[in-house]
Design a protein around this ligand. Structure first.
Ligand code: SF4
Ligand code: SF4
Length: 91
């Protein structure tokens, strides 16, 4: 039986030799933000508040990089028009 210690932990974010952009942290997520583009005012509040910097408005369309979004729900909480709904990743 192998001994349990920090060396058995997955490489990110614990291994300083692996950059954050090499680890698709979106796989940690259990819920994801779903955008209703019709309700979105393009105000950019979600972009400002997203702690991961994965929300951006491109050509007046809100985009979220799901490879890195951790599903914290802050964007949905801050959206003034309720254009973002958190939905389960599990079908
Ligand atoms: S906070 Fe809401 S309305 Fe504003 S850009 Fe984000 S999704 Fe759109
Ligand atoms: S759920 Fe969190 S990490 Fe994902 S886009 Fe919204 S604020 Fe950013």
């Amino acid at each position: 039986m192998s001994e349990e210690n920090w060396g058995n932990l997955p490489p990110c974010p614990f291994n300083k030799d692996i950059r954050a952009d090499q680890s698709k942290t979106g796989s940690w997520r259990s819920i994801r933000p779903e955008i209703n583009q019709g309700k979105c005012l393009k105000c950019g509040l979600c972009v400002t508040f997203c702690p991961e910097g994965v929300a951006e408005i491109i050509d007046r369309v809100l985009n979220i990089d799901y490879d890195y979004c951790k599903g914290c729900g802050i964007c949905a909480e801050e959206c003034p028009s309720h254009a973002i709904k958190m939905v389960s990743e599990v079908a």
